[in-house]
Design a protein around this ligand. Sequence first.
Ligand SMILES: C[S@@+](CC[C@H](N)C(=O)[O-])C[C@H]1O[C@@H](n2cnc3c(N)ncnc32)[C@H](O)[C@@H]1O
Length: 310
Amino acid sequence: MSGVTLTPRPSLAGRLDAACDRQARVIAGIKGEAMGGSDSDYEFGSGEDELTRLEHQGRALAAATRMIFAAAGIRAGMRVLDLGCGAGDVAFVAADLVGPEGSVIGVDRSPQALARARLRAGQRGLTRVEFAAGDIHDPAPGGPFDAIVGRLILMYVPDPAAVLRRQATVLRAGGLVVPIELDIPMARALPATPLVSQALAWVVEAFARGGIQPALGTRLWAILGEAGLRPLGMLGIQPHYPPGDPGASTGGLPGVIYAAAPLIERTGVATAEEIGAETFALRLRAELQANQAVFAYPLLLSAWGTTDGA
Ligand SMILES: C[S@@+](CC[C@H](N)C(=O)[O-])C[C@H]1O[C@@H](n2cnc3c(N)ncnc32)[C@H](O)[C@@H]1O
């Protein structure tokens, strides 16, 4: 994992005007509750705020994720494994594609994330989606699988190829491996605006210093090969949010800045005062509106492959 110690989220109270802070949190789609969780060294933990952030992000990325899975060949009837399932959003996209004849099992080592994912699956009436506790470094139970997917998970592990190599042992011959990761440096405002450029530079630098790979998507083709898999195809999709679209706030940068602020500080990239996490969402919205700027989310990149010799 990142090799960086998780720091409890400091209280927001009293740091800035409370009303402003509340409004900023609403825009960012977060509640301001304690970050982190007792479960793992996943940099952003699995507190209420992080799970809510994942849900917002999941909504913003659902369409792109579905397009990538469909292009890679996820289809009706498949049994799919979702690595690092978080609050369940990727499993829900996969479940929609595999339909009632298929099934999905999501694996995560955070009990809080699994509880949230199970709750949401129940609310959706999804009886063919299960969630199981496990570390993605260990072959998942419940195989063999027709496809193994995972979104924004390999960027947090030191050896992504090793994870895919281990999980390939529970993939049926000729099955698919479809990881989706980011190219964060591709994110931007159109036209460029100072706060967006600054914040993205902080995130990229802090991730790199903290052992999180900000552009892992660009390496996925090579990683499949390193894992002993045969790459089949590659697709990148970059969601864009027009001026005024709440997705630019709730789905993206403010949530990331709020979650990553402790890492940005700890890695010496910027101070809490410079980041101003509590007012970031408000300032971002004002800047995008003033410039009538489109926000381009980081490029979502997938390279997919299959077992060698299939
Ligand atoms: C950024 S979230 C992504 C969640 C989900 N894939 C999505 O796109 O919404 C990363 C998730 O991976 C989980 N995770 C991180 N390292 C893990 C590991 N070694 N084994 C199992 N789960 C892990 C975390 O608990 C967290 O839920």
